[in-house]
Write a protein that binds this ligand. Structure first.
Ligand code: FES
Length: 102
């Protein structure tokens, strides 16, 4: 099962998730990475779930149109929208203290 390491405010949180897991859906039902993951719409519209992928990004599918629209050049810096990712492999993510601008 994929292992997710989630960094926020200088802390690292680690959890194992089922394959094909969406971290925003899990946070919504109060499972890891709750309560650390910031999110709002769950639909790729607000960018509040944006995270920088520190490792495992090469295993992710390419960004979808919502990520391209919300993140623009930040995609090149490794940002993705957590609500648009279905995790199938180990991954390490970091969320900035302040949300990125949508
Ligand atoms: S939660 Fe709004 S874009 Fe992901």
């Amino acid at each position: 099962m994929p292992v997710v390491v989630f960094h926020r405010n200088g802390e690292a949180y680690r959890g194992e998730v089922k394959e094909n897991t969406n971290l925003v859906v899990r946070a919504g039902i109060k499972q890891f990475p709750f309560p650390h993951l910031r999110y709002e719409c769950g639909m790729g519209k607000c960018a509040r779930c944006a995270c920088r992928v520190l490792s495992g990004g090469d295993q992710l599918p390419p960004p979808n149109w919502k990520e391209k629209k919300q993140l623009g050049e930040r995609l090149e810096a490794g940002y993705r929208l957590a609500c648009q990712l279905w995790i199938e492999h180990d991954i390490e993510l970091e969320q900035d203290e302040l949300p990125v601008e949508a």
